[in-house]
Design a protein around this ligand. Structure first.
Ligand SMILES: [Zn+2]
Length: 334
């Protein structure tokens, strides 16, 4: 049993309370490898932002959950070495799918876990989430639950259609489970293909696809039922079209990849939404930068020469999200 506090990590409770009060959101970035982790921490330190490092099922399968946990411990020391005396770094399990998995992460030193029972019948979701909360709270680990189903594909989380969260269920769910935050479904979606072209219209000025708007009425309904309660948005990458273009220009083949407009995320960040999950955008930044090196310098074979530029590009993206979209810069407690 390792307690996250001994690793220098923090849970989400205090940072979410401040984010709701201050009208901004904390970035939750997924990580799978060292370069991504370095880029996230460099961006968080330079902007003085709290940050959530998320570990998905795919990341655990790819990189090993024990190794990722030690990397997060290293991340705290790395931030301090860069001059951040009191970094606020959360190590969060993304889409935990069983009590046993959540327990193993709590025992390993995670400071926050998500238990995703959103695909289960309501009462089973309540029961599973309640059990995880009961265990996690013994160690002051915070728990994210989910109501409603997001469309799209994220590692092994996959659904054809979304089902919006029902505001009439949220009070019952949060009071019965005791969860610390709630992921809701208002039309965001996992992956880089969030919308089918037929769901979009074309912007005459740019010729780009414009996705349907998020269901802010559902978010308003949830906030009315649960004033001041921390809300989470998954599947909130914007799929920057400059990266899609760059990938395609350098030999890639991404067709009609489309995300959530940053204006909508800015609006959400000002509300009770205090955690916004971003994964696909950093995948796109990394792929675009690597493809560019491969095309422009075909003789290059030192991985540092393409992973380095990829790291720089991801860092640029993370800083942009923190400063220009979520507004979590300069929000460290001390
Ligand atoms: Zn998700």
């Amino acid at each position: 049993m390792v307690n996250y506090k001994d690793l220098g990590l923090v849970n989400t409770r205090d940072m979410f309370a401040r984010a709701i009060k201050g009208g901004y959101a904390i970035p939750a970035f997924n990580f799978n490898n060292m370069e991504q982790m370095q880029a996230i921490i460099q961006a968080a330190v330079e902007t003085k932002s709290p940050v959530i490092l998320q570990v998905s099922k795919g990341a655990r399968n790819y990189a090993n959950q024990t190794l990722l946990r030690y990397m997060a411990e290293g991340a705290v020391q790395y931030a301090k070495e860069m001059g951040c005396e009191h970094p606020e770094i959360v190590l969060h399990l993304d889409h935990g799918d069983s009590f046993e998995l959540c327990k193993s992460c709590v025992d390993l030193g995670f400071s926050s876990v998500m238990i995703d029972g959103s695909h289960l019948p309501y009462e089973e979701n309540v029961e599973l989430t309640r059990r995880v909360v009961e265990y996690a709270h013994q160690y002051d680990v915070t728990v994210e639950g989910e109501l409603g189903v997001l469309a799209g594909v994220e590692d092994e989380v996959c659904a054809e259609h979304h089902t919006y969260t029902r505001p009439e269920e949220v009070v019952d769910f949060t009071s019965k489970t005791g969860c610390d935050s709630l992921a809701i479904s208002i039309g965001t979606s996992h992956g880089a293909y969030k919308f089918k072209p037929e769901q979009c219209h074309i912007d005459p000025a740019t010729g780009r696809l414009v996705p349907p708007p998020l269901a802010f009425d559902v978010l308003d309904g949830v906030m009315k039922e649960l004033p001041g309660f921390p809300i989470v948005l998954h599947g909130s990458s914007s799929v920057p079209q400059e990266y899609v273009d760059m990938i395609n220009q350098f030999g890639g083949k991404l067709e009609a990849a489309i995300g959530i407009p940053e204006d909508e995320l800015r609006k959400a960040a000002k509300s009770a939404v205090c955690k916004i999950n971003i994964d696909s955008d950093s995948r796109l930044a990394m792929t675009a930068a690597i493809r560019k090196v491969f095309v422009e310098k075909p003789a290059e074979f030192d991985p540092r020469k393409y992973l380095g530029p990829a790291r720089d590009e991801m860092k640029k993206l993370y800083m942009h999200k923190i400063v220009n979209v979520l507004g979590s810069n300069d929000k460290l407690a001390k």
